[in-house]
Write a protein that binds this ligand. Structure first.
Ligand code: ADP
Length: 327
């Protein structure tokens, strides 16, 4: 096996806070191993357009605490085609890049898996998504920061909900996954949480509001994951409103504030650890794997698996909300 001399690093798909911390760790771990690290700007799009620049360890000063990604991210339809991936590979060869670190979510890893199967180039993934639904890791970069952003926002909404006796439906991100909704619901004392992993039965929600909630409480918060099977917060609020004309029902969609902001200490820590171990993995000859943290240990999972199997919410957690509101 040839010694790796040059690594490319890119961020792809949806951004998440802490991606900068991961890029920094890859660049500095590269320097530690005497490997040059090249920043590939705008994800796979930049790989196809040869938007690639050498990053020195000093180029990643002052980024650890910043949200977003200074390498920028993008979605690339061209990379989904074999011709597009071939151009991307030729650009890597032009820059003499021996291996690539991809920071992103499951879509990006599907692309990475396909790419490394077609061309003999080692790739390693670092999970970055506020959805936290990647198989092969307990935590994805950005999830903890987003969770804290949601909890802070819901705390504020609760103040005004209480002042006006209002029932709020708060929509949080999560097209296919309810981690953010469920964990923010527990942390902010929500009265109910609706997630894609569990069928939402509107009649049950109405019964809950009529029987329990109505008698005990004058205000409340219901967290809705955007991908809930019954629809988003506006749709569900409308369905409920019809039968509860006496309720003052409001809807807040938190939107993109969930993706931004300075990463939490937790996200900076896991991003640093994963970045270092992505480079270590490549040095050790690993390829086509995602680096993750399971029970606080670094674990490498084949991209084939992490890109296919979405991690599921622990079902026992679903009862937490019910128990805490059953008095
Ligand atoms: P995320 O990584 O956040 O899940 P996307 O699903 O948007 O984001 O994927 C990011 C990019 O990864 C896409 O724009 C595309 O370039 C690439 N990609 C996704 N799926 C595939 C695939 N099946 N084959 C090749 N490339 C893919």
């Amino acid at each position: 096996m040839e010694k790796i001399k040059k690594i490319g690093v890119l961020t792809s798909g949806g951004d998440s806070p802490g991606m900068n911390a991961a890029i920094r760790a890859v660049v500095r771990a590269g320097a530690y191993h005497n490997i040059e690290v090249f920043g590939i700007y705008q994800g796979y799009k930049g790989m196809i357009e040869n938007n690639i620049k050498l990053l020195s360890p000093r180029d990643v000063s002052n980024v650890l605490h910043r949200g977003g990604t200074f390498l920028k991210t993008a979605r690339s339809e061209e990379f989904k085609t074999q011709e597009g991936r071939k151009i991307a590979y030729e650009n890597l060869r032009k820059n003499e890049i021996d291996a690539v670190v991809i920071i992103g979510g499951d879509g990006s890893f599907k692309g990475a898996n396909q790419f490394s199967k077609e061309f003999a180039i080692p790739v390693i993934g670092i999970p970055g998504t506020i959805d936290n639904d990647m198989y092969g890791t307990d935590y994805c970069i950005g999830y903890d920061t987003a969770l804290n952003t949601v909890v802070e926002a819901v705390d504020k909404i609760r103040d005004t909900a209480g002042a006006h006796d209002r029932l709020f439906f708060v929509e949080v991100m999560g097209r296919d996954s309810g981690f953010l909704a469920l964990r923010s619901g527990i942390a902010s004392g929500a009265e109910a949480v609706l997630i894609p992993e569990k069928e939402t039965i509107i009649d049950d929600l109405k019964k809950y509001l009529a029987n329990g909630y109505n008698k005990k409480k004058s205000s409340g918060i219901i967290i809705v994951a955007e991908g809930d099977d019954a629809g988003g917060a506006y749709k569900i609020a409308d369905l409920v409103k019809k039968d509860f004309t006496n309720y003052d029902i409001r809807v807040t969609v938190l939107g993109h504030i969930q993706r931004g902001g300075s990463p939490s200490a937790f996200d900076r820590n896991i991003a640093s650890q994963m970045g270092i171990n992505a480079v270590q993995g490549l040095v050790d000859g690993k390829s086509n794997v995602m680096v993750g943290l399971i029970n606080r240990n670094i674990v490498y999972t084949p991209l084939e698996q992490s890109a296919k199997h979405n991690k599921r919410v622990n079902p026992t957690l679903l009862s937490t909300i019910d128990i805490l509101n059953s008095y």
